[in-house]
Ligand binder design. Structure first.
Ligand code: C2E
Ligand code: CA
Ligand code: CA
Ligand code: CA
Length: 279
């Protein structure tokens, strides 16, 4: 007994050490990686399922590591949120998106608004709104071209400051989307008092299994309530035609997910911009 216990304990120790080393490596490399342009913007289109038109896209970060290849955000974003580096990365991402929009405009492509992610840390930065507005000004972009995604759980923290910030953004014509709606709890009654333009409903959190009657009912109820509050719902993580059809049947027409497209490198995404922008 002692032996196997000892072994398990040692194994646990090893994997802990490995994880810590990996984290240390990320911390050692992040500054250089940012300066070196290793953080790349991918784009995932968002569609109106009824018309088939692309209505926008979400910018998602990828770390193109010279040795390790492409690293997905779940490997580094939680760490960056803890050590504060997320604020630098996000500002970098927002600027990259502005540069990209400007470039597409110069190329004469039909632009769609791009949604960027705003970490909960960024929201409490008193310079957030000013920084975003200067970016738009610097690249001469209309505020409608940049949408901000703020995660639902941020809305449950310092509600007052968040509401003020979101109000200010919207006064300046910048849409705010509530990300990961349905992952938290206080969301339903909160919706009445919170300023937001679109609810992003993650199929993986809420009623992803639309065939299950209860999940289907929850999805249906959320969409109805949002409609009653005049809030458009964008379903993300839509992977199957059945899910899309079900969403359509309950009046949720805006969608994003693997069914339509994975997040794409800019060269591929660009090709969607000059055409008719349909699925
Ligand atoms: P998120 O904001 O909820 O972004 C959606 C995630 O779902 C993305 O994962 C996307 O690739 C994935 N996804 C989209 N459609 C589907 C689908 O049909 N099925 C499944 N299984 N997944 C789908 P990704 O790119 O790995 O990003 C993970 C999270 O990392 C994001 O979740 C977001 O919270 C965070 N993140 C990504 N880029 C940034 C960034 O630039 N700044 C900040 N602060 N966070 C970011
Ligand atoms: Ca998001
Ligand atoms: Ca989300
Ligand atoms: Ca998220």
């Amino acid at each position: 007994i002692k032996d196997s216990y000892g072994k398990r304990y040692a194994w646990f120790d090893d994997s802990m050490r490995e994880a810590l080393l990996e984290q240390q490596e990320i911390v050692n490399e992040m500054e250089f990686a940012l300066r070196d342009g290793q953080f790349i913007t991918y784009f995932q289109p968002q569609y109106n399922y009824e018309t088939g038109k692309m209505i926008g896209a979400e910018a998602l970060v990828r770390w193109q590591h010279p040795r390790k290849g492409t690293i997905l955000p779940n490997k580094f974003i939680p760490l960056f949120e803890r050590n504060g580096f997320i604020s630098r990365l996000d500002e970098y991402m927002w600027e990259q998106v502005c540069i990209q929009l400007k470039d597409w405009e110069r190329k004469g492509l039909n632009l769609v608004p791009i949604s960027v992610n705003v970490s909960r840390r960024d929201i409490y930065n008193p310079h957030l709104v000013g920084n975003i507005l200067s970016l738009l000004q610097e690249y001469e972009l209309s505020p409608e071209m940049l949408h901000l995604e703020i995660t639902e759980s941020a809305y449950t923290q310092n509600a007052e400051q968040l509401v003020n910030t979101v109000n200010l953004l919207r006064i300046h014509g910048i849409e705010v989307h509530m990300d990961d709606f349905g992952s938290g709890y206080s969301s339903l009654n909160m919706l009445q008092n919170v300023p937001v333009d679109i609810l992003k409903l993650d199929m993986r959190f809420l009623g992803g299994d639309y065939k299950d009657e209860r999940s289907g009912n929850i999805l249906n109820a959320v969409v109805r309530m949002a409609t009653a509050l005049r809030l458009p719902v964008l379903a993300e993580g839509v992977e199957t035609k059945e899910q899309a059809e079900f969403l359509r049947s309950i009046g949720c027409l805006l969608m994003q997910g693997y069914l339509f497209s994975r997040p794409m490198a800019v060269e591929d995404f660009e090709k969607l911009l000059d055409g008719s922008q349909t699925v």
